[in-house]
Design a protein around this ligand. Structure first.
Ligand SMILES: Cc1cc2nc3c(=O)[nH]c(=O)nc-3n(C[C@H](O)[C@H](O)[C@H](O)COP(=O)(O)OP(=O)(O)OC[C@H]3O[C@@H](n4cnc5c(N)ncnc54)[C@H](O)[C@@H]3O)c2cc1C
Ligand code: FES
Ligand code: FES
Length: 1325
């Protein structure tokens, strides 16, 4: 409607430079403007919906009224460009760079090892930078709040927090200096004096923070704000017009004329709707320059707050007001403030407006229940003004209020409370922070003076229906009654009848949500009793005060061995060298696939996927798509000149479905267009017609019933299990489920295929762990030979197993588009598509039978595993094999049988994921051991110890090994974490506490490193020594955050006897090092390290004559002998013979033990990991900082897997959880409050480079120590309800599961719906 009209000129500043835009498009967000137009690619895109923080920038504004500046962090992905008129934006490039100087924030995060893949790092830097601009000496609470909305999938956050901690005033003990053995821990190595202990970083080297050196606010903008006579601004885009009025009067007129046009303030509701639901608004009204919407005024009854104020501004206001009034007047203000602190994240609160939150009327809004309970009201204006109370009549339905479309909320009235009036706000959310609530509440009660008789009460809930609801009947039953147990226990019964959710209610968790209505009311009850007691109204003893869970992240310990005193100072091996790209990550200069500049005529590819789980394709109509602006072509399977499928495990996987689809999300065709936006619109316009096929299979049970398996199914046995069961004292049978996991690499699947222009040559730039697999896939798809395809991988923004097979499918399709159009084609999946299409970790169901003696010895175990593999085989059979190979873990069970099957279902195909089945398989084994302990009524760690391998041992696949280092890990870990004393303390705590329980567990792992196929363990390296003495190393490993390039640099430095800075690694490419194996299986350093070492050794020897001739010469003039060497290294002979049930599937074992302690709130299921200690045997670490980073990161990924991350599918097989708003990976709030890591000293490994060991995958499983600690706490709660012995507890141990398993008086009240009598909202796959 608006294209072609001349709008106003948008004017703002970025990094101190003026930007003027004559054609600002209202649909353009700052993120794409920065990345695509200005080529400021430091700001990353991780989700596009405000949920990951990768795109964080700082926005500064000048307030002419107060002559002050505000600086705040914001998500560029939701920030409309048009909203920025008059603002100054600072991006990561604006605060420092390697070309000038780097900023202290950038330096400290980098040097504290706070970046691995680096994709999240610019966002982290900017969140911290914005905090420091406002508060140069923050508290730790400020730091964790500032970082709460920034996700990192690699590091586990501990190093980021430690780097940022150095800005805090309290950070003055030795730990904050990066010291491995902190005075606060008290359990460091007492023999060594402080100065001898190795540190991960030296705080003394850090640049000081000098706030006077920051960019100044542009004077031109101050002038603009002060002198300009503001005029209405209008911007016209391709489809949308943006109007920004300057007066309330004009705003009212505009809204009256265009009642359907949204008022965009923070854009945190409207933005995601446009982006993810495809909503189109022809007109957007931006009231952000209407000053009445930002005014605050006090009255004797309360305070009027402008509806345009951001939630952060409201928070600051409340914090300012509270101390000014007597406590009794500020009950509501304090509750609101507390709820605001938990709402969204800092970036969201900085832009989201109070009015926007109210009018958005989210079903689980945090504010609305409190505002309603607190008798707040809004002042609205259209042609007249009126005041409307925020009560049950205000909220009419999902996203609907009583307001007329043309009405504008000008301000919100928040009343003061009276004497005898108490207000509380509670919430429970899937993740402690940065997460929408499952249930939120606002509760208020008013007593006659000096009495416990209720005069008035309001109970409002979010999350219990399509909108905020009032428990009015319950309130009526409470009024005029004394506030005591009797009244409240009646209230629970009434509320149960009043707030009913149908069993298939959207959002699921029906029983949990209903039980929360009770338990949160109980919490209110306790707090009110306490208040009545504090004010001397009652004398009763209050049963228990439920303190909030602890939250401050303490300094922690990272213990590793120093290099020997004899090692040359130049030799970097064994030292905690910073990731070689860390500074580039922190400055945003590190280049990822989508940061590569656009080539001339480049096109963008979008994927059309199936919306049916099992159906025939009857028609594909692309005609409408082809007519859309910018759409160039549609690519289907008919366009593929070569192989139309990818071969996997002996089966063929179609690249694009032609006749039939077997899951929602299967790729059918692809649209290529001149921009991302046009490709996306093109995709939406393709019409596919289907004819549903009967009986899709979704769950493991359905697959078992229909014998829907991929072959071969595997089994392994040692001893005679059947016979052994006859001789044991006791037998226990159990079943356990475990959910899948999304890789959630921060950089989504990204690729760029460039036709070189002659002889069918293609350059492929791609984010993959396996360049050779990509080269092969492209060549086979296009029907050309591999020598025409060069695959380049500079770095990967996280992969975790998800960027091998799935990437080769995607890049094959992209290459077909490049061939067909003869233009460069880029494909970067949006987060939602990535999650929908590419699968993840396999969900598993296991049944087990275990036979044991009364003394705790396990004599026989029979395990049956079923994985949900999805609609194609991918690597699913290999995953099952790895599960079976590891099923003995550290236990010598003489009669052991394992059977495994990969189930074929109509869900997106699952694939490799860090640990490759081991994290699933071992959870079941350890659960079985726990069950044995529970049956025998003995501590689980004792049963573990009784059954461990000891002395020379043989695995169930007949491999001899020594468990000595494992046993050392176990003993050392117990010692370091003070296991016995803490166990006693936990039990004591539990005896004294009814509603909070602590739990503790210690979990071991033995992990076989390398691929079970010899050909996959080969590696090669190419080393160039140039005439100036600089060295270029290329090897087969890809850098995905695991620090392989840093380690290879260390290896080359040692072997060539030169400093690391002379060595460069530019990329991994198939034209330098051919036929590489994937960077996976924790084997990258082992394989490639040996290749680099060999190549360097040979070159160094070649230079020997030169050195001899000129012993005093320098390296620079020594390599006159031509110095290029390619070394190809064959791996060890590894195999697994499934017929004979024997083999050597790994080169060696990495051992580890982890002990975790949690505190669980049994009323809500919320928990906090109080402490984790991890002891790992990784031989002699090549780089302790990198290896500790891998350990912490893998542990946190495991913690997410076992306690937090839940994939939800609809009954028709559609993945609901397609972004960080619905799928929660661990955030800063999930870091164990004390997180200690120790590397086992004096361990050697003859099988790998410099006696090191692979560490990428093993520690994921140790995250289950948190799962078992939660289970332990739940067991303590159950025993209070008289329940003892084993119980079924599935993974992940979400608050929902933990709360329901506690079996409290509240959960017991909730009626359960009969399975089969209703269609659940989500499948139990
Ligand atoms: C990642 C993320 C996390 C979040 N987490 C939470 C959470 O934990 N808890 C929670 O409660 N919320 C949460 N939210 C929701 C967020 O708080 C709301 O989206 C926000 O408050 C809406 O305000 P806004 O200014 O951004 O609204 P906009 O998107 O700009 O507008 C939203 C709607 O409000 C209308 N509107 C705005 N102002 C007015 C006005 N003055 N008068 C009349 N109508 C108006 C607009 O017309 C529009 O329809 C989250 C959002 C995101 C993106
Ligand atoms: S990309 Fe903006 S928050 Fe994720
Ligand atoms: S380093 Fe944080 S996502 Fe990779």
């Amino acid at each position: 409607m608006s294209a072609g009209k001349q709008g106003d000129t948008l004017c703002f500043f970025i990094n101190g430079k003026k930007v003027t835009e004559d054609d600002a498009d209202p649909e353009t967000m700052l993120l794409s403007f920065l990345r695509e137009k200005l080529r400021l690619t430091g700001t990353k895109s991780g989700c596009g919906g405000g949920g990951c923080g990768a795109c964080t920038v700082m926005v500064s504004r000048y307030q002419p009224a107060t002559k002050t500046f505000t600086h705040y962090s914001a998500n560029a992905c939701l920030l409309p460009l048009c909203q920025l008129h008059g603002a100054a934006v600072t991006t990561v490039e604006g605060i420092g760079s390697t070309k000038t100087t780097i900023h202290p924030v950038q330096e400290r995060i980098a040097k504290a090892h706070g970046s691995q893949c680096g994709f999240c790092t610019p966002g982290m830097v900017m969140s911290m930078y914005a905090l420091l601009r406002n508060k140069p000496q923050p508290t730790m609470e400020d730091v964790t709040q500032a970082l709460a909305g920034n996700l990192c999938r690699c590091t586990g956050y501990r190093p980021i927090v430690d780097g940022c901690r150095t800005f805090c005033q309290e950070a003055n003990c030795c730990q904050a200096n990066g010291d491995a053995n902190c005075c606060r821990n008290g359990d460091g190595n007492p023999e060594k004096p402080e100065e001898e202990k190795p540190r991960l970083f030296e705080k003394e080297e850090f640049l000081p923070l000098d706030p006077t050196q920051e960019l100044i606010f542009p004077p031109e903008l101050i002038l603009m704000a002060e002198t300009a006579n503001p005029e209405t601004l209008t911007f016209y885009g391709e489809r949308t017009t943006w109007v920004s009025p300057t007066s309330l009067e004009e705003l009212v007129q505009l809204k009256a004329k265009h009642p359907k046009a949204p008022l965009v303030m923070g854009n945190t509701n409207i933005g995601p709707d446009i982006k993810f639901k495809g909503v189109l608004h022809p007109l957007i009204i931006s009231p952000s320059r209407v000053k009445e919407l930002f005014e605050v005024s006090e009255t004797p009854q309360g305070v009027w707050v402008g509806a345009g104020c951001s939630l952060s501004e409201v928070r600051s206001l409340l914090e300012k007001l509270v101390p000014q009034f007597p406590e009794e007047k500020t009950e509501l203000l304090r509750s609101l403030n507390q709820q605001l602190g938990n709402l969204g994240n800092q970036q969201i609160r900085n832009v989201a407006s109070l009015g926007g939150n109210i009018v958005s009327a989210y079903p689980n809004s945090d504010l609305n229940p409190v505002l309603a309970a607190g008798n707040c009201k809004v002042s609205v204006i259209s042609r007249g003004r009126r005041e409307v109370p925020l009560n049950q009549d205000f909220f009419m339905g999902f996203g609907k209020t009583i307001l007329n479309p043309e009405e504008i909320v000008v301000s919100v009235f928040i009343p003061f409370t009276r004497k005898g009036e108490f207000v509380r706000a509670f919430r429970q959310a899937p993740r402690k922070e940065a997460s929408f609530a499952t249930v939120s509440t606002g509760m208020r009660v008013f007593f006659s003076e000096g009495s416990r008789v209720v005069q008035d009460v309001s109970l409002y809930y979010g999350g219990m229906g399509p909108t905020t609801v009032s428990a009015a009947k319950t309130c009526t039953a409470i009024v005029a009654k004394p506030w005591d147990d009797e009244t409240l226990s009646k209230a629970y019964d009434i509320i149960l009848d009043e707030l009913v959710l149908p069993p298939s209610a959207p959002g699921g968790k029906v029983e949990f949500r209903r039980s929360l209505t009770l338990s949160l009311l109980f919490k209110f009850h306790l707090e009110v009793l306490q208040k009545l007691r504090d004010t001397n109204v009652i004398k009763d003893e209050v049963p228990e005060k439920i303190w909030p869970l602890p939250r401050e992240i303490q300094p922690s310990l990272q213990e590793f061995q120093a290099v020997s005193k004899d090692q040359s100072a130049q030799d970097p091996v064994g030292r905690p060298i910073m990731h070689r790209s860390a500074v580039g990550h922190a400055t945003g200069e590190a280049v990822y696939c989508d940061d590569i500049p656009k080539t001339d005529g480049e096109l963008f590819l979008g994927l059309v996927t199936s919306s049916r789980a099992h159906a025939k394709i009857t028609a594909v109509d692309v005609s409408q798509a082809l007519q859309l602006p910018g759409v160039v072509d549609v690519v289907t399977a008919h366009d593929i000149p070569g192989m139309k499928f990818r071969p996997m495990s002996g089966q063929e996987e179609e690249l694009m479905a032609e006749t039939e689809v077997s899951c929602i999300g299967q790729i059918i065709c692809a649209v290529v267009a001149d921009s991302r936006a046009h490709a996306k619109r093109g995709v939406a316009a393709v019409k596919i017609s289907y004819e549903d096929l009967p009986d899709p299979v979704f769950t493991i049970e359905e697959a078992i019933e229909k014998s829907s398996y991929y072959e071969p199914r595997r089994s392994i046995e040692r001893g005679n299990v059947t016979e052994a069961f006859e001789k044991v004292d006791q037998i226990y049978e159990g079943e356990m489920r475990m959910g899948g996991q999304e890789h959630f690499y921060m950089e989504t699947q990204s690729m760029l295929v460039v036709p070189v222009g002659e002889e069918m040559e293609f350059d492929v730039y791609v984010s993959t762990q396996s360049p050779s697999a990509i080269q092969e896939a492209v060549a086979e798809t296009l029907g050309i030979s591999s020598n025409r395809v060069t695959c380049h991988v500079k770095r990967i923004g996280g992969a975790f197993g998800g960027k091998v097979t799935k990437t080769s499918h995607l890049v094959s399709i992209t290459s077909v588009a490049a061939l067909k159009t003869n233009r460069a084609v880029r494909c970067v999946l949006e987060r939602g598509d990535d999650m929908l299409i590419t699968g993840g970790r396999h969900p598993v169901m296991a049944r087990y039978k275990v036979g044991f003696m009364n003394d705790g010895r396990i004599v026989a175990a029979d395990m049956e595993y079923f994985t949900n593999a999805g609609n194609t085989i991918d690597e699913s059979v290999l995953v099952v094999e790895k599960m079976l190979v590891h099923m003995d873990n550290v236990y010598n069970i003489p009669n052991l049988r394992g059977r495994g099957a990969a189930c074929r279902t109509n869900l997106p195909s699952n694939t490799a994921f860090r640990g490759f089945g081991v994290p699933q398989g071992l959870l079941m084994v350890e659960n079985m051991v726990n069950d044995v302990a529970a049956v025998l009524g003995r501590p689980a760690d004792e049963i573990r110890e009784i059954n461990m391998y000891r002395g020379p041992s043989v695995t169930h696949y007949k491999l001899e090994f020594s468990p000595e280092n494992f046993l050392r890990c176990w003993d050392e870990c117990k010692l370091k974490c003070d296991y016995s004393a803490r166990r006693k303390a936990v039990d004591q705590f539990n005896q004294q506490s009814r509603w909070k329980k602590r739990g503790m567990s210690i979990i071991p792992i033995k992990y076989g490193v390398a691929f079970a196929e010899s050909f996959l363990n080969q590696a090669a390296a190419l080393v160039h020594i140039y005439k100036d003495g600089s060295v270029l190393v290329t090897h087969g490993g890809t850098e995905m955050g695991q620090g392989i390039h840093t380690k290879m640099q260390q290896v080359a430095s040692r072997e060539l006897h030169i400093p690391t800075w002379k060595i460069y690694i530019s990329e991994t490419s198939t034209n330098t090092v051919p036929n590489t194996c994937p960077s996976a299986a924790s084997f990258g350093t082992d394989a490639n390290g040996m290749a680099v070492k060999n190549a360097c050794e040979i070159l160094y020897q070649r230079l020997e004559p030169v050195r001899k001739k000129n012993p005093n010469g320098t390296w620079e003039n020594s390599e006159t002998v031509s110095s290029v060497f390619l070394c190809v290294l064959r791996g060890e002979d590894l195999y697994m013979d499934w017929e004979k049930m024997e083999g050597r599937p790994g080169a060696y074992f990495t051992f580890g033990v982890s002990c975790s302690e949690v505190e669980l709130n049994c009323l809500t299921g919320d928990y906090r990991t109080l402490r984790t200690d991890i002891m790992v045997d990784i031989g002699r670490s090549v780089n302790p900082s990198v290896d500790i980073g891998q350990i912490e990161g893998a542990f946190m990924q495991g913690l997410g897997l076992y306690t937090l991350e839940e994939l939800k599918f609809s009954p028709s097989g559609l993945l609901y959880t397609r972004g960080p708003s619905q799928y929660k990976i661990p955030a800063v709030c999930d870091v164990p409050l004390r997180f200690n890591v120790y590397l086992l000293p004096d361990s050697d490994n003859p099988h790998a480079i410099y006696s090191s060991k692979g560490i990428g995958e093993p520690v994921v499983f140790l995250g289950s120590s948190v799962f078992f600690a939660i289970k332990d706490a739940v067991a303590a709660a159950r025993s209070d309800s008289g329940l003892v012995g084993p119980f079924t507890f599935s993974s992940p141990a979400t608050p929902e599961r933990a709360c329901l398993a506690c079996n409290s008086q509240f959960t017991q009240k909730i009626p359960t719906s009969k399975p089969g009598s209703f269609k659940p909202w989500a499948l139990n796959i």
